[in-house]
Ligand binder design. Structure first.
Ligand code: ADP
Length: 478
């Protein structure tokens, strides 16, 4: 019975990416096509994107979409069926998709309410080319009002799914914005749109969507607890029957060491070729000689990612022979802290502040280990890239990290299932001890190669998870 899904999100690879959300939104259509589902992706027409559509078709127009004219442009990009919401008053401005150096755009509520509104209209009325989805799949707070519009005013038979990629971002705004955002006042109640006296687009989705998913089974359980739910744990617990955790997959067209154009290719059978990537990295970053593991970190530099725990562990790690290369950007204090470390020990620690896709590939290929010491991690992709590239992940025991990495304890080593180092609790001491274990494992070349090969064999592509999404859609429509 497979059919049609409208996927709604604020970013999508290859058009625009700030994090894992974009990887997932860009990978799902291909993965679901294997199960017979046709997925179109609706996203904002940020500057420069329209030209990527080639010769787009205009499928819908509005003279006044929340304060200005808008049109919906359809086209193909690298095999994806993209619908761009071209609304210059909302999206044509300098900076990133959510804000600029001065902070978030002040009108983000309306910018993404508009995206959600158009999604709901497509679900209700269909498009000029005759296409109408049976399922609307909203991602994160930016698409959160879409299920709410469909529940409160634009009712249809279309089923709705909200996927939580990170509950820390909730799309909170002032309750006074209700009517400006085209939401009904009479639904501003605790079991409806109200969120502690405010509005939250994520909460709106959690109470109105037919199904709720999040990006790993462990995170799905964690979210119902106070430490992780960030205020929404009660709402989620109430809807626990509607909640499923479906692990993200890796887009193996993009992330495979055998075919990656950004690196010297290698495979699990010929791991010796991985060394060329390591040597190239050491040269590129001007590191000196060291005997221990070369750790890499590709991440937003935030406390969520546990970056603040790293500096206190580095003198011991480098004393034990390790080295570290960091690629990331984020919190200015953490950027400065990492740069300070590199200055103190430039032959062992290198830091590049910024976002660089090609360099991230070189790091996953050339590193011995990838660090992911997150305090919470809905799924996490970099540990999975590490697994695929034979770059042993060192991760905190949380969310998707716990679901994808098997700790190298004696039993798992004996059973040949270990793939990395998993530590708990997520504090400086925990990370220090984990790094010590990592250097010990690295020193035993046979054990290390086994860890690498086990990781490279792990089934991380989308085949299993896309089947779970397909089954969910089918259940909703049955
Ligand atoms: P999150 O979405 O919370 O930032 P994920 O691990 O789910 O974390 O996804 C992060 C994605 O962004 C990965 O694909 C990672 O490789 C990429 N990434 C993060 N920081 C950078 C950077 N500075 N340069 C290039 N890629 C980055």
């Amino acid at each position: 019975m497979p059919g049609r899904v409208l996927s709604v999100a604020s970013e999508c690879v290859p058009l625009l990416k700030t994090g894992g959300l974009a990887d997932v939104v860009g990978a799902l259509p291909k993965a679901l096509a294997e199960h017979g589902w046709q997925m179109r992706v609706l996203m904002p027409g940020y500057p420069g994107l329209v030209t990527r559509l080639g010769k787009p078709r205009t499928l819908w127009k509005d003279k006044d979409l929340f304060g200005g004219p808008a049109k919906l442009l359809a086209g193909g990009v690298e095999g994806l069926d993209i619908l761009l919401l071209d609304a210059p008053h909302l999206y044509d401005r300098p900076g990133g998709p959510y804000g600029g150096p001065g902070g978030d755009h002040a009108d983000n509520d309306v910018r993404f309410a508009a995206l959600s509104w158009v999604a709901a209209r497509i679900a209700r009325e269909g498009l000029k080319d005759g296409w109408r989805p049976q399922v609307l799949h909203a991602h994160d707070w930016q698409a959160g009002f879409a299920p709410a519009y469909l529940r409160y005013g634009l009712e249809t038979d279309v089923k709705t799914v909200i996927t939580i990629h990170n509950i820390a971002f909730q799309g909170n705004t002032d309750a006074k914005r209700l009517s400006a955002l085209r939401l009904p006042k009479d639904r501003f109640t605790p079991d409806g749109l109200e969120y502690y006296g405010h509005l939250s687009s994520l909460k709106a989705a959690l109470v109105t969507a037919d199904a709720i998913t999040t990006v790993s089974p462990t995170y799905a359980r964690e979210l119902m607890r106070e430490e992780f739910g960030m205020g929404l744990q009660g709402v989620l617990a109430q809807r626990s029957n509607a909640v499923t955790g479906i692990l993200n997959g890796v887009d193996t067209d993009v992330w495979s060491p055998e075919t990656d154009p950004a690196i010297h290719p290698y495979s699990a059978r010929k791991l010796s070729d991985k060394k060329k990537n390591r040597a190239a990295l050491i040269k590129e970053f001007g590191l000196g000689y060291f005997e221990g593991p070369l750790a890499v970190l590709v991440s937003r530099l935030t406390t969520q990612k546990g970056i603040d725990l790293i500096p206190e562990t580095l003198s011991e790690f480098t004393w034990r022979g390790g080295a570290l290369i960091v690629l990331g950007s984020g919190d200015p204090t953490l950027e400065a802290a990492m740069q300070r470390e590199a200055k103190l020990n430039p032959s062992r620690i290198a830091v590049k502040i910024g976002y660089d896709e090609a360099l991230s590939h070189r790091l996953f290929a050339g590193g011995d280990a990838v660090l992911v010491p997150s305090r919470f991690e809905p799924c996490g992709l970099t540990q999975m890239y590490g697994l695929r590239y034979g770059t042993v992940p060192l991760v905190a025991a949380t969310g998707g990290l716990a679901d994808t990495v098997i700790d190298a304890n004696p039993a798992a080593l004996a059973a040949s299932t270990a793939t990395g180092v998993v530590f708990h609790p997520t504090d400086g001491l925990g990370l220090s001890q984990a790094l010590r274990r990592l250097t010990e494992l690295y020193a035993d070349k046979r054990v290390w190669a086994k860890l690498q090969r086990n990781g490279m064999k792990a089934p991380l592509d989308w085949s299993q998870s896309s089947g779970q999404y397909a089954a969910l859609y089918e259940t909703l429509l049955a």
